[in-house]
Design a protein around this ligand. Sequence first.
Ligand code: ATP
Ligand code: ATP
Ligand code: MG
Ligand code: MG
Ligand code: MG
Ligand code: MG
Ligand code: MG
Length: 259
Amino acid sequence: RGGMANSKYEYVKQYELDDTLLPGCWIVIRIDGKGFTKFSDLHGFEKPNDKRALDLMDECARVMNEFPDIRLAYGESDEYSFVLARNTDMYGRRASKLVSLLVSCFTANYVTRWPAHLPDTPLRATPMFDGRAVCYPLDSNLRDYLAWRQADTHINNQYNTCFWALVKSGKTSSEAQATLRGTQAAFKNELLFRDFGINYAHLPEQFKKGSVVVRQKALVEVKRREDGSPVMRERALPTVLHVDIIRDEFWKANPHLLA
Ligand code: ATP
Ligand code: ATP
Ligand code: MG
Ligand code: MG
Ligand code: MG
Ligand code: MG
Ligand code: MG
């Protein structure tokens, strides 16, 4: 391990590329399940939305617990986006470090917590997630990013709810696709209501809006006194909400998120 002996080789370090993310920008890290169309099929996920699998994703998003600089997370389907504070200096803002740590932390939790959410379904494949980091310079860019994801949740859910209702009623998947091709939201709502008695507005908010994870203050037990009584303290705990983040209300009620 001598310094002299090692110096002959140290130049290889210069081949590492700098992937420091721009200073002062919001950092969004989005992870997405690899091949979850197949993965969800293999494990018999309820279609279009298996609540157990969504709850598992939401629980994994509590990786926020381990990374104080994560301000907010937004999840739908097999994906989650994590928003890091503008000024974070976590791992020197190095993209590969941030992405790989979040992906591995999330994936490890996914495997560990799987049996609690799908107790009757053994894991039959290795769940994997890809990840990427994107920088957004303006608050409005970040708001638009999150609005883009939540609008995507709504559009996919509306389509998938119709698609699976048609398939479960006996149509082939190509017939169901043909029925829905090029149709507007109003047509889809009408179809669901008229043919299947489903009122889209009454579906669970988790399916329609996805999951927003923010820290909220809650009383938690930090230790026990000698007499066994709990010592409670206020702590900011990651909390999952299924609320609109496109309109201004949420941001007005949570000004600290963009501060
Ligand atoms: P890729 O590797 O390119 O991401 P993918 O098959 O994962 O491929 P996505 O666009 O990420 O493609 O789509 C996710 C798939 O997983 C969809 O088919 C979706 O229906 C399914 N899926 C994810 N979560 C659930 C869930 N909770 N319940 C039912 N199906 C789900
Ligand atoms: P960083 O987060 O920057 O990687 P680190 O503490 O993980 O910090 P590394 O340079 O990656 O630092 O070093 C890995 C450390 O883990 C070393 O101290 C090494 O001795 C220890 N380690 C790794 N594998 C083993 C092992 N199988 N047995 C004992 N020690 C190990
Ligand atoms: Mg993908
Ligand atoms: Mg995927
Ligand atoms: Mg996806
Ligand atoms: Mg290490
Ligand atoms: Mg090492």
